[in-house]
Design a protein around this ligand. Structure first.
Ligand SMILES: Cc1cc2nc3c(=O)[nH]c(=O)nc-3n(C[C@H](O)[C@H](O)[C@H](O)COP(=O)(O)O)c2cc1C
Length: 214
C-alpha cells in the first residue's frame, strides 16, 4: 500500500495535491447552486461540499472558497437572502461541470452551460429545470474557518421539489431512481448503485435489511 505523509503533501505540486485531497475522502454530493442578483442576473455554480446540518429545523451547509476574489454565488445570496440547490443527474454532468468556468457577473452560467432557469412559487432564486430534485433555501448564517479562510454557509430548507416515484412512505428519497450522481474529486462524476437499506441499529442485534424498493 502506498503511504503519503503530511511531509509529502507539503512538497507536492498544487494541482496534484488538490486532486488527491479532494478525492481521498470519498464520494461527495454534487449540486448546482442557483442565485440571482438584485438586478436580475442569474448565476449557477457547481458545489460538491453540500452537507446535512440538521433536519429539525431543516438545514444544510456548504463550504465556500475564500472571498479573495469576487464570488457571484456569495454576493447574490447575501443580497437576496436565497439560493437553490439542484441535484446533478447523469444526463447533465458535462453541463453541470461547465458552470465552474469563470464568467463575469453579467453573464449567466445557465445559458453558457445550456441549462434552463426556472422560478417556482414566488421564490426569488432560480432552480435548474433539468434537475429532478431541488431545494429552495434561505441564507441564515456563515462561519469563517480560521484555518484556511473558507466559509461554512448555513441555509434553511424552505422548499423541496422531487418526483413522486423517488419518495418512499417513510420519507426516504431513493436517489438512484433520479440518476443522481456523486462527485469523485473535482472533475470525476459517478453514478452510485444502491446496495441495501438497513433498520436503525440496535445493540447486540444483527443488522436488518429493509426492503429498499429498488
Ligand atoms: C466538481 C466541482 C465542485 C466544486 N465545489 C465547490 C465547493 O464546494 N465550494 C466552492 O466554493 N467552490 C466549488 N467549486 C468551484 C466553483 O464551482 C467555481 O468557483 C464557480 O466558478 C463559482 O461560481 P461563482 O463565482 O459564480 O460563485 C467546485 C467546482 C467543481 C468543478
Amino acid at each position: 500500500m502506498l503511504h503519503i505523509s503530511h511531509v509529502d503533501l507539503k512538497d507536492m505540486a498544487s494541482r496534484y495535491r488538490a486532486n488527491l485531497i479532494n478525492s481521498c475522502t470519498g464520494y461527495k454530493s454534487c449540486n448546482l447552486l442557483g442565485t440571482v442578483s438584485p438586478s436580475g442576473n442569474s448565476n449557477l455554480a457547481i458545489f460538491n461540499s453540500i452537507i446535512h446540518i440538521g433536519s429539525n429545523p431543516a438545514m444544510l451547509g456548504f463550504v465556500l472558497r475564500p472571498l479573495t476574489v469576487k464570488r457571484d454565488t456569495y454576493a447574490n445570496f447575501k443580497e437576496t437572502g436565497s439560493f437553490t440547490v439542484n441535484q446533478v443527474h447523469s444526463e447533465i454532468i458535462a453541463k453541470a461541470h461547465h458552470t465552474a468556468a469563470k464568467y463575469p457577473a453579467g453573464i449567466s452560467e445557465f445559458s453558457k452551460a445550456g441549462l434552463t432557469e426556472e422560478y417556482r412559487d414566488d421564490f426569488s432564486a432560480p432552480y435548474v429545470k433539468e434537475s429532478q430534485i431541488k431545494l429552495g433555501c434561505d441564507y441564515i448564517n456563515e462561519y469563517p474557518l480560521a484555518e484556511n479562510g473558507c466559509l461554512l454557509v448555513i441555509g434553511a430548507i424552505k422548499h423541496i421539489y422531487l418526483p413522486k416515484e423517488v419518495l418512499h412512505e417513510d420519507g426516504w428519497v431513493q436517489l438512484d431512481k433520479a440518476q443522481t450522481v456523486s462527485a469523485n474529486g473535482l472533475d470525476g462524476y459517478a453514478l452510485p448503485k444502491l446496495l441495501d437499506r438497513f433498520a436503525y441499529p440496535q445493540p447486540d442485534q444483527e443488522t436488518q435489511s429493509l426492503d429498499h424498493g429498488a
